[in-house]
Design a binder for this molecule. Structure first.
Ligand code: UDP
Length: 394
């Protein structure tokens, strides 16, 4: 066993040689979780990305070996709902699978961190690669994935995956409902280090509020890429019910959807909202931004597979108000470690926000219980242990 120092704990890590692969190098939640896993295994592992980008530099700064195998736009732009169009990319996917199989020879297994990466990895097993583990970060429902896409992903998983790690019970249930084999799955939640949140001082949070010119106003934060199903419009509509409320919108458009961005920017430009909406784009200082807020809001209109921002809000010791669906139900006990509201219901959201901006006792209780829940259930060291268990039979 190899001993790796991680945060304030020393964890015993098996000396597994893992080839992590992901199709994208932008920083979505799945890629941030890959960053943690690959960092923990960096001594004997490597990451392959199918595109260059900020994830590469973040991995390299953490001491992780990275190789980029660039692929065509055609493969990168394969939409989740692309259906039969996917067939046209098969020759390139097959060639890519050959390259991955060659790279993978020195490793114990391939860890596919995205659906596109998994398809390539599954094909690589036909070219004598080591076994494949798929870390599934998506809820495979009709809303996000066409029937053919789900059928392909699930059939490949049933046939070629040695293990399907799912980032929540909700993700696991949807996989099984789509025809995936239950006994392939193990839940491995995302893990978090509380230190970056613990070390933000009240002074730093206050300073940030002053910079944003929201010193004394009630302030909520929504931390997410800009995307229709992430529901930024739900918070904007809720703000119409709360005339003093300011909101930070933190995150950028990551996977297209410029039309939605125009829609929400237009909504936010209405006179009753325009001075209270702060668009911050993609930021790296999430702990300080969260600590500057009075509450963290999560507004997905569809079930969230996991919901990293919910756990981060809890670690920031801020009341976290989330859409009651998917992974959020595994992260929040309503009224205890956060508050839940029906997905897509802006009026219900405004009422939950009103509760936290007017009830200090409730705020303190939610902040304390949320923090303890996040530390107890989602600390990185414990999650790395569950990852080890998930891959122990491979
Ligand atoms: N995030 C970030 N900068 C931003 C907006 C978001 O680093 O400007 C991070 C956020 O802190 C969280 C992740 O992106 O860790 C989003 O993960 P989540 O599970 O909430 O959503 P996903 O991107 O996986 O759909």
């Amino acid at each position: 066993m190899l001993k790796t120092n991680f945060g304030d704990r020393t964890i015993n890590m098996h000396q597994r040689k893992i080839l992590f692969i992901d199709h994208t190098a932008v920083l979505g939640g799945a890629e941030l979780s890959l960053l943690d896993l690959a960092t923990a295994y960096r001594q004997r592992s490597q990451v392959i990305l199918f595109a260059d980008g900020v994830l590469r530099s973040r991995l390299e700064s953490a001491g992780v070996k990275v190789k980029v195998i660039e692929v065509s736009e055609k493969v990168l732009e394969l939409r989740a709902s692309g259906g039969l169009k996917a067939l046209k990319t098969i020759p390139e996917l097959w060639s890519l699978a050959g390259k991955v199989a060659v790279e993978a020879k020195e490793f114990d297994f391939i860890f596919a961190n995205s659906q596109k990466a998994f398809i390539v990895a599954a094909l690589a097993t036909l070219r004598n690669s080591p076994p494949v583990v798929w870390y599934l970060h998506d809820i495979l429902t009709a809303k996000h994935f066409s029937a053919i896409n789900r059928r392909i992903a699930v059939s490949l998983a049933n046939r070629f995956a040695a293990k399907v790690l799912v980032n929540s019970q909700a993700t696991g249930k949807a996989f099984v409902a789509a025809g995936g084999k239950q006994d392939l799955t193990s839940v491995v939640y995302n893990g978090f280090n509380s230190e970056p949140f613990d070390c933000v001082t009240d002074g730093e949070a206050r300073q940030l509020r002053e910079t944003l010119e929201v010193a004394d106003a009630p302030l909520v934060g929504l931390f997410s890429r800009l995307s229709y199903w992430k529901g930024q419009h739900i918070l904007l509509l809720a703000m119409k019910e709360l005339p003093a409320l300011h909101a930070l919108f933190v995150g950028d458009v990551l996977f297209g959807e410029e039309e939605y961005v125009s829609y929400i920017k237009n909504l936010a430009s209405e006179p009753e909202l325009k001075h209270r909406v702060h668009w911050l784009g993609f930021r790296d200082d999430i702990p300080t931004l969260m600590k500057a807020c009075d509450a963290i809001v999560h507004t997905s209109t569809e079930p969230e597979p996991f919901g990293r921002v919910i756990v981060e809000g809890q670690l920031a010791q801020r009341p976290t108000i989330a859409s009651a669906a998917g992974g959020a139900l595994e992260l929040i006990e309503d009224g205890v470690s956060g508050l839940l509201f029906p997905p897509g219901d802006a009026i219900a959201l405004s009422k939950e926000i009103q509760k936290v901006i007017s009830d200090r006792t409730l705020v303190d209780k939610l902040a304390e219980r949320g923090y303890h829940s996040a530390k107890a259930n989602f600390n990185l060291a414990a999650i790395l242990d569950s990852f080890e268990q998930g891959i122990s039979e491979i």
